[in-house]
Design a protein around this ligand. Structure first.
Ligand code: CA
Length: 180
């Protein structure tokens, strides 16, 4: 019996070691929309059902709401400062709620890089949208979510140095990575 127990213990220890190394290598930074370091109208905070913490940031609907791609009415935005512990390529995800096909995007500006944007076609429900992959050095970085279309809401965003992880529900915020 003993000659089976020793190999089994070694295998178990190896599996635990590999799992620990894989876990240690993954950095997941989760930031609430309402944890911005600065905010500029028309971006605003709103109570929002289904949002983590009960709050989100949003671009209020314009009246009349745009029915074509007319461009944003202002440069309302929220800036977030994150402290990246390990240099690497990070996948950005955003937990969003879109009003309709003309209220379903945000500009994203990282540090002083050119703007990109996130967008998809799932409306009137909270869901995660896959954004750009960002190459980030260790240290502080600024992420800006900016008005592109009115009626867009942001609950949380996430930066993760894994391409395999796909979020499905609200994540637990990670205050250790947030600089206010
Ligand atoms: Ca939130």
């Amino acid at each position: 019996m003993r000659r089976f127990i020793v190999p089994a213990v070694i295998v178990t220890l190896c599996v635990m070691l590999i799992a620990t190394m894989a876990w240690a290598a993954t950095v997941k930074m989760v930031v609430e929309g309402e944890d911005y370091s600065s905010i500029k109208p028309s971006m605003a905070v709103t109570a929002s059902q289904g949002a983590a913490g009960g709050k989100a940031i949003y671009i209020p609907l314009r009246r009349p709401h745009a029915t074509t791609e007319t461009g944003p009415g202002d440069d309302g935005n929220a800036r977030f400062k994150v402290k990246v512990p390990t240099a690497g390529v990070y996948q950005l995800w955003a937990r969003t709620w879109w009003y309709d096909s003309c209220g379903n995007s945000f500009f994203i500006v990282v540090d002083s890089n050119p703007a990109t944007y996130i967008e998809d076609a799932t409306y009137q429900t909270w869901h995660w949208v896959k954004g750009p992959k960002l190459t980030l050095s260790a240290g502080e970085h600024t992420i800006r979510f900016q008005n592109r279309e009115d009626g867009a809401r942001l609950d949380q965003f996430m930066l993760i140095n894994s391409t395999r992880y796909v979020p499905t529900r609200a994540e637990t915020r990670t205050p250790q990575y947030i600089v206010k």
